[in-house]
Write a protein that binds this ligand. Structure first.
Ligand code: ZN
Length: 463
């Protein structure tokens, strides 16, 4: 018996390394011949080797990997001069909410929503978004998926769910029928969310009175979760003053509010991508055409979705981008948030929009990595490529500091030291079939294209 056990233990590492999928194969994973953009904003570390033991980064050293007998077996990846970054964070998502709204899904049953939400999250991870914050989701679908991923039932991103936003009656431009009114009701709603597993509180604070806003912030603080709010001016300043930790959208933010945010360390999640006008989409088209993405089916579909989402003027979009640039210059901590789905492609678009709006590539990467972890209070474990941290990593085949669109050149994604198998087929349809080839009464995509004034395959130059 004893002999058998010893034999098994000895054989196990070899067996695992030989037969199991790459991500589960060895306890030690080595990424060598890589350049590291660590998420802290310092210079690129060239020709490096990262050793991952279990779920954490054990060492980061210069030069090639040198194994020793004592190290035991390792799964070594020569990544041929690739770039390693911290996993991306999409901090304004809704896992199931279709944006723009798809009327074919008006009567969608809850189980169907749940499935779409999970697919969206898993698709996001495969794009390199190892963490997402959900800021508005019915029935705690976001919390449930977060738990399922944490427990390893499916390989998905870390999900920091909020459940439904806390809002007064008639909040969010009058759209909320039964809200929480008064201090006691607001406190109860915040507590109820945390009790149900929320790891962030989302507010519709524009319509809240000062005592309600303060009650929300105080109650969330007391329970150790942060508060983020959908805001526009006037009212954004009041939210920052009341201690809201993060602003979503920030429509029309004044210089005064931006200054106060910088002073108080308030995060800003501008969601530029959901405020685009046709002229900015054209700008992006030109960049994507240069990079050879103009004929990519997914990109073409996304262009349509973004354009359909735009109900605002070019002046409005220009103003929001000016606010973003100004916030960056003032030292406000920025976040990447797409609002629209799917999480992955829309997250990429938001990062590209940061650069087109005048934020540097490096600051965009910090917004997409370190700042998300800091917002979530997890900077000790996540957000940067450093020894001791969890190995949530993205490997890119080209340098994103030279061209931010190189974030699309995904070579490898790791979450907690597990390599995501990007070649594994999830099904015969993709996430895009919800938009494109689902049985829709009027042809959702066609409607979108018409509303957006696009024809398939067009690029900026031939519009
Ligand atoms: Zn939203």
């Amino acid at each position: 018996m004893k002999t058998l056990r010893t034999g098994l233990v000895r054989a196990l590492p070899i067996l695992l390394a030989g037969l199991l999928p790459a991500g589960l194969a060895a306890q030690t994973i080595v990424l060598t011949n890589v350049n590291i953009i660590d998420g802290n904003g310092g210079p690129v570390q060239e020709d490096m080797t990262i050793v991952i033991e279990g779920e954490r980064i054990a060492s980061i050293t210069e030069g090639p990997y040198e194994s020793s007998e004592a190290d035991g077996p390792a799964d070594v990846h020569d990544l041929e001069d690739s770039w390693v970054l911290p996993g991306f964070w999409n901090m304004h998502t809704h896992l199931s909410v279709m944006f723009p709204h798809n009327h074919a899904l008006d009567d969608e049953a809850l189980p169907s929503k749940v499935i779409r939400a999970g697919l969206n999250a898993i698709d996001g991870l495969r794009h390199g978004f190892t963490s997402v914050r959900s800021v508005g989701e019915q029935d705690y679908i976001d919390v449930a998926w977060g738990l399922a991923f944490d427990q390893g039932f499916f390989l998905g991103p870390r999900v920091f769910g909020s459940g439904e936003p806390v809002s007064p009656t008639a909040g969010h431009r009058g759209s909320v029928d039964e809200g929480a009114d008064g201090v006691a009701a607001i406190r109860k709603e915040v507590r109820r969310r945390v009790q149900n597993g929320a790891r962030a509180i989302k507010l519709f604070s524009v319509e809240m009175l000062p005592d309600e806003l303060e009650a929300a912030v105080e109650t969330a603080d007391n329970l150790g979760v942060h508060v983020t709010s959908h805001v526009r001016e006037p009212g954004a300043y009041a939210a920052v003053e009341a201690g809201v930790d993060c602003l979503e959208h920030g429509y029309g933010l004044t210089d005064e509010t931006i200054e106060l945010m910088a002073e108080k360390g308030t995060f800003y999640d501008p969601t530029i991508i959901c405020n685009l006008s046709a002229e900015y989409i054209a700008e992006r088209e030109a960049r994507l055409a240069e990079l050879g993405y103009a004929e990519d089916e997914e990109i073409v579909r996304l262009r349509t979705m973004v354009a359909f989402a735009d109900e605002r003027s070019p002046e409005f979009a220009r103003e929001q981008r000016r606010i973003l640039k100004k916030s960056a210059e003032a030292g406000v901590k920025l976040l990447i948030g797409s609002d629209s789905m799917p999480i992955g492609e829309m997250g990429f678009l938001e990062m590209e929009q940061f650069v087109i709006s005048g934020v540097s590539e490096m600051d965009t990467i910090i917004a997409a990595t370190r700042n998300g972890a800091e917002m979530q209070g997890l900077l000790d474990d996540l957000g940067t490529v450093e020894e001791g941290k969890l190995a949530d990593l993205v490997v890119l085949g080209a340098n994103p500091l030279e061209n931010i669109s190189n974030i699309r050149e995904t070579v490898m994604v790791l979450k907690g030291g597990v390599i995501v198998d990007l070649d594994a087929q999830l099904g015969t349809s993709t996430y895009w079939d919800y938009y494109g080839s689902m049985e829709l009464p009027e042809g959702f995509l066609a409607e979108s294209e018409e509303a957006a004034g696009f024809q398939r395959g067009n690029t900026a130059t031939d519009q």
